[in-house]
Design a protein around this ligand. Sequence first.
Ligand SMILES: *Cc1c(COP(=O)(O)O)cnc(C)c1O
Length: 387
Amino acid sequence: MKGRNLLMIPGPIEFTPEVMASMAQPTTSHVAPNFIECFGESLEMMRDVFLAPSAQPFILAGSGTLGMDAAMANVLQPGDGVLTVNSGYFSDRMGDIARRYGGRVTNLSADPGDIPDASEVARALEAGDFAIVTITHVDTSTGVLADVEGIAGVARDAGCLVILDSVCGTAGAECRTEDWGVDIHLTASQKAIGVPPGLALLTVSPAAMEVFESRETPVPSYYADFAEWLPIMRAYEERRPGYFGTPAVNLVAALNTSLKQILAEGMDARFARHERLAGAFRSGIRALGLDIVPASDELAAPTLTAIRYPDGVGPDLVPEIGAGGILTAGGLHPEIKQTYFRVGHMGAVNAADILATLGAIERALAAKGYEFECGSGLAAAQRALCD
Ligand SMILES: *Cc1c(COP(=O)(O)O)cnc(C)c1O
Protein backbone atom coordinates (compact mmCIF):
# COMPACT_ATOMS: atom_id res chain seq x y z
CA MET A 1 0.00 0.00 0.00
CA LYS A 2 1.56 3.25 -1.11
CA GLY A 3 2.28 5.84 1.57
CA ARG A 4 1.83 3.44 4.47
CA ASN A 5 4.31 4.13 7.25
CA LEU A 6 5.14 2.07 10.30
CA LEU A 7 5.20 4.14 13.49
CA MET A 8 8.18 2.94 15.54
CA ILE A 9 8.62 5.87 17.94
CA PRO A 10 8.36 5.76 21.75
CA GLY A 11 4.69 6.75 21.61
CA PRO A 12 2.25 7.18 20.10
CA ILE A 13 2.64 3.68 18.70
CA GLU A 14 0.79 1.44 16.23
CA PHE A 15 -2.61 0.52 17.65
CA THR A 16 -4.60 -2.63 16.94
CA PRO A 17 -7.50 -2.44 14.46
CA GLU A 18 -9.88 -3.43 17.28
CA VAL A 19 -8.73 -0.46 19.39
CA MET A 20 -9.16 1.91 16.44
CA ALA A 21 -12.64 0.49 15.71
CA SER A 22 -13.64 1.12 19.35
CA MET A 23 -12.59 4.75 18.98
CA ALA A 24 -14.94 5.08 16.02
CA GLN A 25 -18.09 3.93 17.82
CA PRO A 26 -20.73 6.63 18.19
CA THR A 27 -19.97 8.76 21.23
CA THR A 28 -22.40 7.98 24.00
CA SER A 29 -23.39 9.89 27.12
CA HIS A 30 -20.87 9.61 29.91
CA VAL A 31 -23.73 8.47 32.15
CA ALA A 32 -25.29 5.98 29.69
CA PRO A 33 -25.45 2.43 31.11
CA ASN A 34 -23.18 1.01 28.40
CA PHE A 35 -20.52 3.62 29.11
CA ILE A 36 -20.76 3.14 32.88
CA GLU A 37 -20.12 -0.56 32.29
CA CYS A 38 -17.21 0.22 29.96
CA PHE A 39 -15.58 2.61 32.44
CA GLY A 40 -16.20 0.41 35.49
CA GLU A 41 -14.82 -2.66 33.76
CA SER A 42 -11.75 -0.70 32.59
CA LEU A 43 -10.97 0.35 36.18
CA GLU A 44 -11.21 -3.28 37.28
CA MET A 45 -8.96 -4.48 34.46
CA MET A 46 -6.35 -1.84 35.32
CA ARG A 47 -5.66 -3.63 38.63
CA ASP A 48 -4.87 -6.82 36.69
CA VAL A 49 -2.70 -5.12 34.06
CA PHE A 50 -0.79 -3.04 36.62
CA LEU A 51 -0.58 -6.10 38.94
CA ALA A 52 -1.89 -3.91 41.74
CA PRO A 53 -4.86 -5.85 43.19
CA SER A 54 -5.38 -3.59 46.26
CA ALA A 55 -4.81 -0.26 44.51
CA GLN A 56 -7.27 2.49 43.64
CA PRO A 57 -7.24 3.03 39.87
CA PHE A 58 -7.81 6.44 38.25
CA ILE A 59 -8.58 7.15 34.58
CA LEU A 60 -8.17 10.86 33.79
CA ALA A 61 -8.42 12.76 30.52
CA GLY A 62 -4.98 14.20 29.87
CA SER A 63 -1.49 13.14 28.83
CA GLY A 64 1.10 11.27 30.85
CA THR A 65 2.35 14.53 32.32
CA LEU A 66 -1.04 14.95 34.02
CA GLY A 67 -0.46 11.56 35.64
CA MET A 68 2.91 12.76 36.97
CA ASP A 69 1.33 16.02 38.12
CA ALA A 70 -1.60 14.26 39.83
CA ALA A 71 0.69 11.83 41.64
CA MET A 72 2.83 14.63 43.09
CA ALA A 73 0.00 17.08 43.78
CA ASN A 74 -1.92 14.56 45.86
CA VAL A 75 0.75 12.94 48.06
CA LEU A 76 3.43 15.62 48.36
CA GLN A 77 3.12 18.15 51.17
CA PRO A 78 5.10 21.37 51.12
CA GLY A 79 8.53 20.77 52.64
CA ASP A 80 8.58 17.02 51.92
CA GLY A 81 11.93 15.59 50.86
CA VAL A 82 11.78 14.02 47.38
CA LEU A 83 14.56 11.85 45.97
CA THR A 84 14.44 11.57 42.18
CA VAL A 85 16.33 8.55 40.92
CA ASN A 86 17.34 10.28 37.74
CA SER A 87 17.90 8.54 34.43
CA GLY A 88 17.14 11.43 32.09
CA TYR A 89 14.61 13.84 30.65
CA PHE A 90 11.42 12.63 32.34
CA SER A 91 13.12 12.15 35.72
CA ASP A 92 14.05 15.85 35.52
CA ARG A 93 10.40 16.64 34.81
CA MET A 94 9.29 14.72 37.90
CA GLY A 95 11.74 16.79 39.96
CA ASP A 96 10.38 20.02 38.44
CA ILE A 97 6.81 19.02 39.35
CA ALA A 98 7.81 18.16 42.93
CA ARG A 99 9.57 21.53 43.27
CA ARG A 100 6.48 23.34 41.94
CA TYR A 101 4.42 21.82 44.79
CA GLY A 102 6.96 22.81 47.44
CA GLY A 103 9.05 19.64 47.64
CA ARG A 104 12.72 19.72 48.63
CA VAL A 105 14.13 17.82 45.68
CA THR A 106 17.39 15.89 45.71
CA ASN A 107 18.47 14.66 42.34
CA LEU A 108 20.37 11.36 42.34
CA SER A 109 21.86 11.37 38.86
CA ALA A 110 23.98 9.15 36.68
CA ASP A 111 25.71 9.68 33.36
CA PRO A 112 23.42 9.49 30.30
CA GLY A 113 22.82 5.79 29.64
CA ASP A 114 23.17 4.86 33.28
CA ILE A 115 20.98 5.01 36.41
CA PRO A 116 21.73 4.88 40.13
CA ASP A 117 21.26 1.37 41.51
CA ALA A 118 19.44 0.28 44.67
CA SER A 119 22.53 0.51 46.90
CA GLU A 120 23.24 4.10 45.79
CA VAL A 121 19.59 4.96 46.45
CA ALA A 122 19.83 3.37 49.92
CA ARG A 123 22.90 5.48 50.73
CA ALA A 124 21.23 8.66 49.51
CA LEU A 125 18.15 7.91 51.62
CA GLU A 126 20.29 7.42 54.73
CA ALA A 127 21.96 10.77 54.16
CA GLY A 128 18.75 12.81 54.13
CA ASP A 129 15.15 13.10 55.21
CA PHE A 130 12.82 11.88 52.47
CA ALA A 131 9.10 11.22 52.12
CA ILE A 132 8.95 10.30 48.42
CA VAL A 133 11.18 8.46 45.95
CA THR A 134 10.48 8.79 42.24
CA ILE A 135 11.60 6.30 39.62
CA THR A 136 11.30 6.49 35.83
CA HIS A 137 10.69 2.88 34.80
CA VAL A 138 11.96 3.29 31.26
CA ASP A 139 13.63 6.59 30.55
CA THR A 140 12.32 7.53 27.15
CA SER A 141 15.29 9.79 26.49
CA THR A 142 17.91 7.04 26.86
CA GLY A 143 16.13 3.66 26.74
CA VAL A 144 17.45 2.91 30.24
CA LEU A 145 15.45 0.48 32.37
CA ALA A 146 15.33 1.03 36.14
CA ASP A 147 15.64 -1.76 38.70
CA VAL A 148 12.21 -0.92 40.07
CA GLU A 149 12.05 -3.91 42.40
CA GLY A 150 15.41 -3.12 44.03
CA ILE A 151 14.93 0.63 44.28
CA ALA A 152 11.34 0.42 45.50
CA GLY A 153 12.49 -2.10 48.11
CA VAL A 154 15.07 0.23 49.68
CA ALA A 155 12.66 3.17 49.43
CA ARG A 156 9.98 1.27 51.34
CA ASP A 157 12.56 0.20 53.94
CA ALA A 158 13.30 3.91 54.45
CA GLY A 159 9.59 4.65 54.95
CA CYS A 160 9.16 6.51 51.65
CA LEU A 161 6.30 6.44 49.19
CA VAL A 162 7.37 5.25 45.74
CA ILE A 163 6.07 7.03 42.63
CA LEU A 164 6.81 5.16 39.41
CA ASP A 165 6.59 6.94 36.07
CA SER A 166 6.05 3.97 33.80
CA VAL A 167 4.66 5.95 30.88
CA CYS A 168 7.04 4.08 28.58
CA GLY A 169 6.84 0.78 30.45
CA THR A 170 3.36 -0.23 31.66
CA ALA A 171 2.11 -3.37 29.90
CA GLY A 172 5.46 -3.78 28.13
CA ALA A 173 8.22 -3.84 30.75
CA GLU A 174 7.64 -6.13 33.72
CA CYS A 175 6.21 -4.35 36.74
CA ARG A 176 4.80 -6.25 39.71
CA THR A 177 3.43 -3.07 41.23
CA GLU A 178 2.12 -4.41 44.52
CA ASP A 179 4.72 -7.14 45.11
CA TRP A 180 7.54 -4.71 44.43
CA GLY A 181 6.12 -2.00 46.73
CA VAL A 182 5.31 0.67 44.16
CA ASP A 183 2.75 3.08 45.64
CA ILE A 184 1.75 5.18 42.65
CA HIS A 185 2.18 3.60 39.23
CA LEU A 186 1.29 6.00 36.45
CA THR A 187 1.22 5.75 32.69
CA ALA A 188 -0.31 7.29 29.57
CA SER A 189 -2.54 5.65 26.99
CA GLN A 190 -0.38 6.14 23.89
CA LYS A 191 2.53 3.93 24.83
CA ALA A 192 2.61 0.21 25.62
CA ILE A 193 -1.01 0.28 26.86
CA GLY A 194 -1.89 0.72 23.20
CA VAL A 195 -4.54 3.46 23.02
CA PRO A 196 -4.35 6.81 21.18
CA PRO A 197 -3.02 9.74 23.25
CA GLY A 198 -5.29 11.44 25.77
CA LEU A 199 -5.59 9.34 28.94
CA ALA A 200 -3.52 9.43 32.11
CA LEU A 201 -3.82 6.22 34.11
CA LEU A 202 -2.77 5.71 37.72
CA THR A 203 -3.01 3.05 40.39
CA VAL A 204 -2.59 4.27 43.96
CA SER A 205 -1.75 1.96 46.87
CA PRO A 206 -3.70 1.99 50.14
CA ALA A 207 -0.61 3.54 51.84
CA ALA A 208 -0.52 6.39 49.32
CA MET A 209 -4.29 6.95 49.63
CA GLU A 210 -3.75 7.22 53.39
CA VAL A 211 -1.06 9.85 52.90
CA PHE A 212 -3.45 11.73 50.60
CA GLU A 213 -6.34 11.45 53.08
CA SER A 214 -4.28 12.65 56.04
CA ARG A 215 -2.63 15.63 54.32
CA GLU A 216 -2.84 18.91 56.21
CA THR A 217 -2.91 21.27 53.24
CA PRO A 218 -5.39 21.18 50.35
CA VAL A 219 -4.24 19.59 47.09
CA PRO A 220 -2.83 22.57 45.17
CA SER A 221 -4.30 21.44 41.83
CA TYR A 222 -8.02 21.72 41.16
CA TYR A 223 -8.29 19.35 38.17
CA ALA A 224 -5.94 16.69 39.55
CA ASP A 225 -7.37 16.54 43.09
CA PHE A 226 -8.11 12.92 44.06
CA ALA A 227 -10.82 14.27 46.40
CA GLU A 228 -12.79 15.20 43.27
CA TRP A 229 -12.03 12.07 41.25
CA LEU A 230 -12.20 9.35 43.91
CA PRO A 231 -16.02 9.46 44.23
CA ILE A 232 -16.25 9.30 40.43
CA MET A 233 -13.98 6.27 40.13
CA ARG A 234 -15.88 4.56 42.97
CA ALA A 235 -19.22 5.35 41.35
CA TYR A 236 -18.25 3.90 37.97
CA GLU A 237 -16.80 0.81 39.58
CA GLU A 238 -20.08 0.34 41.47
CA ARG A 239 -21.83 0.89 38.12
CA ARG A 240 -23.39 4.19 39.15
CA PRO A 241 -23.14 7.44 37.18
CA GLY A 242 -20.91 10.21 38.44
CA TYR A 243 -19.64 13.53 37.17
CA PHE A 244 -16.74 15.85 37.91
CA GLY A 245 -15.27 16.42 34.44
CA THR A 246 -16.51 14.74 31.27
CA PRO A 247 -14.54 11.56 30.64
CA ALA A 248 -12.93 11.00 27.23
CA VAL A 249 -15.72 8.64 26.21
CA ASN A 250 -14.22 7.28 22.97
CA LEU A 251 -10.77 6.88 24.46
CA VAL A 252 -12.18 4.95 27.40
CA ALA A 253 -13.95 2.64 24.93
CA ALA A 254 -10.60 2.09 23.21
CA LEU A 255 -8.90 1.53 26.56
CA ASN A 256 -11.47 -1.09 27.46
CA THR A 257 -10.70 -2.96 24.23
CA SER A 258 -6.94 -2.69 24.68
CA LEU A 259 -7.00 -3.84 28.31
CA LYS A 260 -9.01 -6.90 27.23
CA GLN A 261 -6.46 -7.66 24.51
CA ILE A 262 -3.59 -7.23 26.98
CA LEU A 263 -5.20 -9.58 29.52
CA ALA A 264 -6.02 -12.11 26.79
CA GLU A 265 -2.32 -12.24 25.93
CA GLY A 266 -1.48 -12.49 29.63
CA MET A 267 0.95 -10.27 31.52
CA ASP A 268 3.81 -12.76 31.70
CA ALA A 269 3.53 -13.60 28.00
CA ARG A 270 3.36 -9.91 27.16
CA PHE A 271 6.46 -9.03 29.17
CA ALA A 272 8.29 -11.99 27.59
CA ARG A 273 7.29 -10.93 24.05
CA HIS A 274 8.68 -7.44 24.62
CA GLU A 275 11.95 -8.87 26.00
CA ARG A 276 12.30 -11.23 23.07
CA LEU A 277 11.64 -8.66 20.36
CA ALA A 278 13.90 -6.08 22.03
CA GLY A 279 16.68 -8.66 22.33
CA ALA A 280 16.38 -9.56 18.65
CA PHE A 281 16.42 -5.88 17.69
CA ARG A 282 19.56 -5.22 19.76
CA SER A 283 21.27 -8.25 18.16
CA GLY A 284 20.56 -6.71 14.77
CA ILE A 285 21.82 -3.27 15.80
CA ARG A 286 25.05 -4.69 17.24
CA ALA A 287 25.65 -6.84 14.15
CA LEU A 288 25.63 -3.60 12.15
CA GLY A 289 28.47 -2.33 14.33
CA LEU A 290 26.24 0.18 16.15
CA ASP A 291 26.09 0.72 19.89
CA ILE A 292 23.19 1.44 22.22
CA VAL A 293 22.99 4.32 24.71
CA PRO A 294 22.33 2.15 27.83
CA ALA A 295 25.62 1.21 29.47
CA SER A 296 24.80 -2.53 29.49
CA ASP A 297 22.25 -5.02 28.19
CA GLU A 298 20.77 -5.34 31.70
CA LEU A 299 19.96 -1.63 31.56
CA ALA A 300 18.36 -1.83 28.09
CA ALA A 301 14.58 -1.39 28.08
CA PRO A 302 12.27 -3.91 26.41
CA THR A 303 10.02 -1.16 25.03
CA LEU A 304 12.46 1.17 23.28
CA THR A 305 16.06 1.21 22.07
CA ALA A 306 18.31 4.29 21.89
CA ILE A 307 21.03 3.79 19.25
CA ARG A 308 24.19 5.83 18.81
CA TYR A 309 24.94 7.05 15.29
CA PRO A 310 28.11 5.49 13.92
CA ASP A 311 31.03 7.75 12.92
CA GLY A 312 30.20 9.89 9.92
CA VAL A 313 26.42 9.57 10.40
CA GLY A 314 24.19 12.10 12.20
CA PRO A 315 20.60 13.17 12.86
CA ASP A 316 19.72 13.23 9.15
CA LEU A 317 19.63 9.42 9.37
CA VAL A 318 16.14 9.66 10.94
CA PRO A 319 14.40 11.25 7.91
CA GLU A 320 16.31 8.83 5.66
CA ILE A 321 14.85 5.89 7.62
CA GLY A 322 11.51 7.68 7.34
CA ALA A 323 11.84 7.79 3.56
CA GLY A 324 11.93 3.99 3.78
CA GLY A 325 8.53 3.97 5.48
CA ILE A 326 9.62 3.56 9.09
CA LEU A 327 9.16 6.47 11.48
CA THR A 328 11.75 6.63 14.27
CA ALA A 329 12.61 9.44 16.70
CA GLY A 330 15.70 11.59 17.18
CA GLY A 331 17.61 12.04 20.43
CA LEU A 332 15.97 13.67 23.47
CA HIS A 333 18.47 13.70 26.33
CA PRO A 334 19.80 17.29 26.32
CA GLU A 335 23.45 16.28 26.85
CA ILE A 336 23.66 13.77 23.98
CA LYS A 337 20.70 14.72 21.78
CA GLN A 338 22.64 14.93 18.51
CA THR A 339 24.45 11.60 18.91
CA TYR A 340 21.68 9.00 18.84
CA PHE A 341 18.18 8.09 17.70
CA ARG A 342 15.34 6.10 19.23
CA VAL A 343 13.17 3.20 18.11
CA GLY A 344 10.02 2.29 20.04
CA HIS A 345 8.99 -1.37 20.02
CA MET A 346 6.02 -1.81 22.29
CA GLY A 347 2.34 -2.69 22.42
CA ALA A 348 1.14 -4.50 19.31
CA VAL A 349 4.69 -4.70 17.87
CA ASN A 350 5.63 -8.02 16.23
CA ALA A 351 8.63 -9.76 14.67
CA ALA A 352 7.73 -8.46 11.20
CA ASP A 353 7.88 -4.87 12.50
CA ILE A 354 11.33 -5.48 14.02
CA LEU A 355 12.69 -6.88 10.74
CA ALA A 356 11.08 -4.13 8.65
CA THR A 357 12.66 -1.52 10.92
CA LEU A 358 16.13 -3.05 10.78
CA GLY A 359 15.80 -3.29 7.00
CA ALA A 360 14.98 0.41 6.72
CA ILE A 361 17.85 1.31 9.09
CA GLU A 362 20.25 -0.72 6.94
CA ARG A 363 19.13 0.99 3.73
CA ALA A 364 19.40 4.43 5.34
CA LEU A 365 22.89 3.67 6.69
CA ALA A 366 23.95 2.54 3.21
CA ALA A 367 22.54 5.76 1.72
CA LYS A 368 24.60 7.77 4.22
CA GLY A 369 27.79 6.00 3.17
CA TYR A 370 28.26 3.90 6.29
CA GLU A 371 30.24 0.76 5.51
CA PHE A 372 28.84 -2.52 6.71
CA GLU A 373 27.78 -5.86 5.34
CA CYS A 374 24.30 -5.32 3.95
CA GLY A 375 21.82 -7.75 5.53
CA SER A 376 23.99 -8.55 8.54
CA GLY A 377 21.67 -6.80 11.00
CA LEU A 378 18.62 -8.50 9.54
CA ALA A 379 20.32 -11.89 9.65
CA ALA A 380 21.32 -11.50 13.30
CA ALA A 381 17.82 -10.43 14.32
CA GLN A 382 16.25 -13.22 12.32
CA ARG A 383 18.54 -15.78 13.98
CA ALA A 384 17.44 -14.50 17.38
CA LEU A 385 13.78 -14.66 16.32
CA CYS A 386 14.16 -18.23 14.99
CA ASP A 387 15.71 -19.42 18.27
C1 LIG B 1 6.06 9.94 27.20
C2 LIG B 1 6.51 10.02 28.61
C3 LIG B 1 6.03 10.99 29.50
C4 LIG B 1 5.13 12.11 29.09
O1 LIG B 1 3.93 11.68 28.64
P1 LIG B 1 3.00 12.71 27.83
O2 LIG B 1 1.83 11.86 27.48
O3 LIG B 1 3.80 13.14 26.66
O4 LIG B 1 2.67 13.81 28.73
C5 LIG B 1 6.46 10.95 30.80
N1 LIG B 1 7.32 10.02 31.22
C6 LIG B 1 7.81 9.08 30.40
C7 LIG B 1 8.77 8.06 30.93
C8 LIG B 1 7.43 9.05 29.07
O5 LIG B 1 7.92 8.12 28.26
